[in-house]
Write a protein that binds this ligand. Structure first.
Ligand code: SAH
Length: 384
């Protein structure tokens, strides 16, 4: 395992807490945190950490600003709007960091003004790099405050010349007074305007605004655990609740009879349908609905599922969801959680509806941050 790394920005940038303890100590803390929250319900297997827990972020963002006459790129200092110019971040992808450095240099040489939040003047706001770890495609998104982008062609030509690994460059326009990085309008300046990655043998299109897990290697570890836990035979009907762009359901589809993905966000459902088509998966259907309402509706029509998979946001799920899941009578439930605290609360809801946690597996998706993912297998209590 790797050594403690010293980061000069620790305590300032707020992006992670590297250097405070070794990675081994951190994993031990995460294991304890998971056990404290769910250990009373089931056995918790040892957390799967990363062999090399650095430079794992496939999505890297920096905000542009000026110090005196010089453009800089970095992160906001924790709790303030001062920009800390960051170099050599330990958790971000290295190629992405190098591209951000070049882009900042080009802003200076072309004398383009960075955006000033207080006055609302200036052009360059943010830069976002997304890298497909499997195909190595790289997307650069330059966020401007207005549609005009001075020296646009020379800027993109020069950036590509210095970084031939870039496969697409997009201008995103965000004129709003907001903390959101991206606006709604995207203008491809070079290439297709999106990249494609391969995850669990499936191809996914990633646009500037798409949700995509930021640690590709550990996402595959996580999904593998979830697939194993579901113990699929090929005959199952699966509900993939809170399915997002459909990654988990699609990874399970070849091992099941059919999959129904349920997701509240209409754009994510659109992306999910396009992804299924691209991968020629015909036994998956996506429904744009609230997962609880959908399962309740299924049960009213005497429809049932063999497996319910859920991957809710950090806030977890609800007692109503647990009740609705029980109504479709799955023999097993696979809960993928990104928050052990809400998971502990939710396992109690499931217990009350007759589903008992059997086993849990922790996966470290975000080394050096306060997050841990957990997969839990629940099954219906034997009737004595
Ligand atoms: N499983 C996906 C995304 C999980 S993120 C993946 O791994 O890529 C959680 C998702 O739950 C988000 O896409 C959010 O839009 C969705 N969501 C939140 N509340 C919901 C609800 N009540 N019903 C269905 N989906 C919901």
């Amino acid at each position: 395992m790797a050594d403690i790394q010293e980061c000069p920005y620790v305590n300032r940038c707020g992006g992670c807490h590297i250097g405070m303890e070794s990675y081994e100590e951190e994993l031990a803390h995460k294991q304890k945190w998971i056990e404290e929250n769910i250990g009373k319900y089931c056995r918790v297997n040892a957390i799967s950490g990363m062999y090399y827990p650095y430079h794992y972020r496939n999505k890297v963002h920096a905000v542009f600003g000026h110090i005196k006459d010089e453009a800089i790129a970095g992160m906001y200092e924790e709790g303030t709007h001062n920009i800390v110019p960051i170099k050599d971040c330990f958790i971000e992808d290295k190629q992405a960091a190098a591209i951000i450095e070049t882009a900042t240099h080009l802003i200076n040489s072309f004398k383009i003004w960075t955006y000033n939040e207080d006055t609302g003047r200036g052009v360059m706001r943010h830069i976002l790099i997304r890298k497909a770890m499997s195909t190595k495609q790289i997307m650069v998104v330059i966020v401007t405050a207005c549609p005009e982008f001075p020296h646009k062609n020379n800027f993109t030509d020069e950036l590509r010349k210095r970084h031939p690994e870039i496969t697409t460059i997009v201008q995103n326009i965000n004129g709003q007074d907001t903390t959101m990085v991206l606006g709604e309008r995207n203008k491809p300046l070079y290439g297709d305007g999106y990249i494609e990655d391969v995850l669990c043998g499936l191809r996914f299109r990633i646009s500037p605004n798409s949700f995509y897990q930021i640690n590709s290697a550990q996402t595959q570890v996580l999904y593998k655990k979830a697939i194993q836990a579901a113990a699929l035979t090929g005959n199952e009907t699966i509900i993939d609740a809170y399915c997002g762009i459909g990654t988990i359901g699609m990874a399970m589809a070849s091992k099941a009879d059919k999959v129904i993905g349920v997701e509240l966000n209409a754009q994510a459902v659109k992306d999910a349908k396009a992804n299924a088509k691209r991968n020629n998966i015909n036994n998956i259907h996506f429904i744009n609905a609230d997962a609880t309402e959908y399962m309740t509706h299924m049960s009213e029509n005497d429809r049932r599922a063999d497996v319910v998979v859920l991957d809710p946001p950090r806030s977890g799920t609800t007692e109503e969801f647990a009740k609705a899941a029980a109504l479709v009578k799955p023999s097993r439930i696979v809960y993928i959680s990104c928050n052990p605290e809400t998971l502990g609360r939710d396992l109690e809801y499931f217990r009350k509806t007759g589903y008992k946690a059997q086993e849990a597996w922790g996966v470290d998706m975000f080394p050096f941050t306060d997050n841990a993912e957990v997969v839990v297998l629940l099954s219906v209590e034997a009737i004595i």
